[in-house]
Ligand binder design. Structure first.
Ligand code: ARG
Length: 568
């Protein structure tokens, strides 16, 4: 099924060719609904190229356009925009078509890619904190959408399970461990011994040296240190998995930093042999002398003491994903502070001849009400688990108020869907680069651009169908007459245009905003147009619009990793 946008774009190309105008023209949703549904600035671009009058060119294009099947006669506006207004009968036909389509009109991608997406990727022996929400839910949403568009997606959790922190963790384990505390709350105890060793080391060079030696022993394969390391990794993974369970996140593979260990010496050798890397002050670096903004920022790949680092591992990671997994596309989702790092890694990959499309998808931070990085009262990072627990507790209170008679198990299930959905949506509805303030009141509100608002729209529709009982069947043909019906149908048709757009710049907020506008259009429709009390054929048409709205809300929220309850 083709979207109106792609139908119009195809017809525009044909018309441009027929008018003898060699140009590509884009059709986009109209910026101002008063002028129509779609517009193109093809005439403006051509006018600039040819030094001709844009409105005249627009008329030349219109003379060749044959869009009468879907659009009112195109009009020229402003300096030379061509505007299209979709006809009611075309909207009705589209809605009927969507009702028969499992994909709700969303086309498969023209070119299918094999994409490795690295997201979440928390560090072992550190608690997952609220900041991890962003990378985790953003990556999950992108993976869901890419999969639906037909790409082959490999979700990879690149956990930080190697590195200098293990010197301190192992030192702490051997000297400071409280077994009872470890049994009670393993991660808290790991963090405690890590911090304690760190603090002792800062004050006492002997401890610092002891930590360093533990790390060297681990890297040399010492059996006891490896056993301790393994146990720390296992304890952390359990904690991560508990969070993923609540969040509904799944990974296909989990290749942590340690996975690449054996490959690092060969990477450095290879880069030295090809002349891409060089020795500098005893260490080995890759310089980017020809790139002004990187000229004074070499990438260190082997330290003076022979140790490898985060960058070396990530060079090996590109190798593995492209060569071993056969990916042609790599997406890495992390916070903005890693921008320079990935700029360097991808530049090295390019110099080594890799042609895979590597993207660093960055995001901003979550702030507390004080507009600073969100922290607990004592200044610690806020544990992810605490946030998720609180979300469900708060949602449960809301469910209790709204629907006290539901069975306890049902209340709990609904609270889970609302609470977790609210946290995810608050994140995904923001442009990913924007820092946002974490606010329970706002994200759990039933008003405004929130998950509960969208879930509630869905629930409302489900209750219409429960009331309708058996007494309806969905029509093969819709008859749209009321402005609110037309407006809703217009929105429904835009779902298929919106979903692929999310991947252009990795912006699930585009989908979130679309869903919000869809829910608004539904509410206006529902206020203006009685559904169950309407006479046929309006009743059947309106039920069909309700059904489509519910399906799109459900599917759209699912793309964001958010569920819908049947009641709330
Ligand atoms: N563990 C890192 C962190 O917490 C993120 C890893 C991202 N992926 C990568 N290939 N470096 O910041």
């Amino acid at each position: 099924m083709e979207t109106f946008q792609s139908l119009l774009a195809r017809e525009l190309s044909r018309a441009l060719a027929a008018a003898g105008l060699l140009a590509a023209g884009d059709v986009v949703p109209a910026t101002d609904a008063r002028f129509g549904d779609y517009q193109t600035n093809a005439a403006l671009i051509l006018a600039k190229q040819r030094g001709e009058n844009p409105r005249q060119l627009a008329q030349q294009i219109i003379d060749q356009l044959d869009v009468a099947e879907w659009s009112a006669p195109p009009t020229i506006a402003g300096a030379g925009f061509i505007n299209f207004t979709i006809l009611p009968k075309a909207l009705a036909a589209k809605a009927a078509e969507l009702l028969q389509d499992d994909r709700l009109g969303v086309p498969l991608a023209e070119r299918r890619h094999k994409i490795v997406i690295d997201f979440g990727s928390p560090n072992v022996a550190k608690p997952m904190h609220v900041g991890h929400i962003r990378s985790t839910v953003l990556g999950d949403a992108l993976a869901r959408i890419a999969t639906f568009l037909g790409h082959e997606v490999i979700r990879d959790n690149h956990i930080g399970d190697w590195g200098t922190q293990f010197g301190m963790v192992i030192y702490g384990w051997k000297n400071l461990l409280d077994r009872a505390a470890l049994a009670r709350d393993p991660i808290a105890e790991l963090v405690r011994i890590y911090k304690a060793a760190n603090a002792l080391g800062a004050a006492d060079p002997a401890v610092r040296e002891a930590c360093r030696e533990e790390l060297v022993r681990l890297q040399a394969g010492d059996a006891e240190n490896l056993r301790i390391w393994n146990e720390c990794v296992a304890l952390s993974l359990k904690e991560f998995e508990a969070a993923y369970e609540i969040l509904g996140i799944h990974y296909d593979i989990q290749r942590g930093e340690s996975f690449y260990n054996d490959r690092l010496p060969a990477i450095v050798e290879r880069l030295c042999a090809s002349g891409l890397a060089e020795r500098s002050e005893g260490a080995i670096c890759v310089f980017f002398r020809d790139i002004p903004e990187l000229a004074d920022k070499p990438c260190l790949i082997q330290k003076r003491d022979g140790g490898f680092n985060y960058a070396t591992t990530d060079i090996a990671t590109v190798d593995y994903r492209v060569r071993d997994l056969g990916a042609d596309t790599v997406w890495i989702v992390t916070g903005a502070p890693q921008q320079l790092h990935f700029r360097q890694i991808f530049e090295i990959a390019r110099r080594e001849g890799y042609t895979a499309d590597c993207r660093h998808i960055t995001h901003g931070s979550i702030l507390g009400e004080d507009r600073k990085l969100m922290k607990t009262r004592s200044g610690e990072n806020v544990a992810l688990r605490d946030v998720l627990d609180e979300a469900v507790v708060r949602a449960k209170k809301i469910v209790e108020e709204k629907n006290p008679d539901l069975a306890e198990a049902e209340k709990n299930a609904i609270a889970q869907t609302i609470g977790i959905g609210a946290v995810k949506y608050a994140d995904l509805a923001q442009y990913r680069m924007t820092d946002y303030i974490f606010s329970w009141e706002r994200m759990l509100s039933f008003q405004g651009n929130t998950a509960p608002y969208l879930q509630n729209a869905y629930v409302r529709i489900r209750s219409i169908f429960r009331k309708a009982g058996e007494r309806f069947s969905l029509p093969n043909e819709l008859i749209l007459t009321e402005p609110a019906e037309l407006n809703l149908a217009r929105r429904l048709a835009q779902f298929a245009e919106t979903v692929p757009q999310v991947l252009h710049d990795f912006r699930p907020n585009i989908l979130a905003n679309y869903l919000f506008e869809l829910a608004n259009a539904f509410h206006s429709f529902y206020e203006a147009c009685p559904v169950l009390k309407a006479d046929e054929p309006a009743r059947a048409t309106r039920l069909a619009l309700c059904e489509l709205t519910a399906r799109i809300l459900q599917r759209g929220l699912d793309f964001l990793g958010i569920g819908v309850p049947e009641k709330m």
